[in-house]
Structures are given as C-alpha cells and as structure tokens.
Design a protein around this ligand. Structure first.
Ligand SMILES: NC(=O)c1ccc[n+]([C@@H]2O[C@H](COP(=O)([O-])OP(=O)(O)OC[C@H]3O[C@@H](n4cnc5c(N)ncnc54)[C@H](OP(=O)(O)O)[C@@H]3O)[C@@H](O)[C@H]2O)c1
Length: 168
C-alpha cells in the first residue's frame, strides 16, 4: 500500500526511535513514509534493516544530521527534494533524540550543560520551526485564524494552530 503521507523522525536510533519508525511506517498503523534522522549513517541503516524485517515495503530514507540550525535547514530541504517523498504531505514530525549527560551534578561543567541545552532545546526549536513551515506549506494553513502569529505556551508545551500541533 502506498504511504498516505510523510513523517520526519529525528533521533532514529536503536531503541525508541526504531519503535516509532516501525509503527509510523507500518501499513496497518501509520502507513507513512518516514525520513529518519540521526548523526551516524551506519546506525540509521540498522534502523532501516530492523524496520524492514516487519515491514518489507516500508518507504524509509536516511538523512545523517546533527541538530545545528544549518544542518537541520539543509536536511529539511533535502527531504523536500527527495524523489521517494514526492507528492507526500508532512503529517507528523517527532523530535526524540537522546543526548543526556550522566555526570554527578558537582562534576558537571557549565560548558557541557550548555552544550546539552543547545542540542535539546536549540535543536528542538529549529526542528519545530522547520516542521511548522512544511506543515503549513503542505496543508495550506496559517496557524491560528488571526493570521498565524499567535501561539499558546503552557509550561514546556507549545500549542499552535486550530489543528492539533503540539510540542512537548
Ligand atoms: N529508551 C527508553 O526506555 C526511553 C524511555 C522514556 C523516554 N525515552 C526518551 O526517548 C528519547 C530517545 O531515547 P532512546 O534511548 O530510546 O533513543 P534511541 O532510539 O536509542 O535513539 C536516540 C538517537 O538520538 C540520536 N542523537 C543523539 N544526539 C543527536 C544529535 N545531536 N543530533 C542528531 N541525533 C542525535 C542518536 O543517534 P546518533 O548518535 O547517530 O546521532 C541516537 O541513536 C530520549 O529523549 C529519551 O529520554 C527513552
């Protein structure tokens, strides 16, 4: 069965990432083509092999990238241009990277802590912006009826648009 839309998953690793990709791409579940993003190409290929064991026909493409602004913008452009995803609208975008520091608090450094914030929070910001631009381009929307600039912020969650777009 041809995929009904596109999902972009960053954090396509061996654990949660593989599980998310398996469900999203399965014709009986998400039935979506999935763009798989993480830094290491060999790890991405393992995710593809694992998912194809249960969904041989899954449409999966890999995009090695980190979470920097320039890399994410380039990757979203590559996804836009990819032949495998031609005519598919973005239906879901998932940010599921793991970048935790397990050092005891007093051994942590400001530099490493800030690096982790940049990866998690800065990366999530650009990923969310790029995803929203693509959602609105694909679905012909502008966010809230008042013109697309409004958003509701509650704790760490951002609610956007009259449709369900939620960032946690
Ligand atoms: N596993 C669990 O039981 C569990 C439970 C609850 C919540 N979670 C949450 O689920 C999320 C995923 O965790 P997981 O352990 O299950 O992950 P996972 O599937 O093993 O994959 C996470 C992937 O994130 C990628 N990544 C790390 N830093 C990155 C960066 N800077 N840029 C791009 N990709 C990066 C890594 O690939 P590269 O190294 O190749 O980049 C890694 O393979 C985390 O937020 C975690 O807290 C996990």
């Amino acid at each position: 069965m041809s995929p009904s839309g596109l999902a972009i998953l960053i954090g396509a690793g061996p654990n949660t990432g593989t599980g998310i990709a398996r469900i999203l791409s399965n014709p009986s579940h998400g039935n979506l083509a999935v763009a798989l993003l993480a830094r290491r190409p060999e790890s991405l290929q393992e995710v593809v092999s694992t998912v194809r064991k249960t969904s041989p026909g899954a449409v999966l493409e890999t995009f090695p990238t980190d979470t920097s602004k320039v890399s994410l913008e380039k990757t979203f452009q590559e996804i836009q241009n990819h032949q495998s995803f031609k005519d598919l609208k973005l239906d879901m975008a998932v940010y599921s990277i793991k970048h935790s520091s397990k050092k005891p608090f007093l051994e942590e450094t400001r530099e490493d802590f800030e690096d982790s914030l940049e990866t998690y929070v800065g990366g999530a910001f650009t990923f969310a912006q790029e995803s929203l631009k693509r959602f609105f381009a694909d679905h012909g929307e502008k966010g809230l009826a008042e013109g697309g600039e409004k958003k509701g912020v509650s704790g760490h969650r951002l609610f956007y648009s009259t449709k369900l777009i939620r960032m946690s």
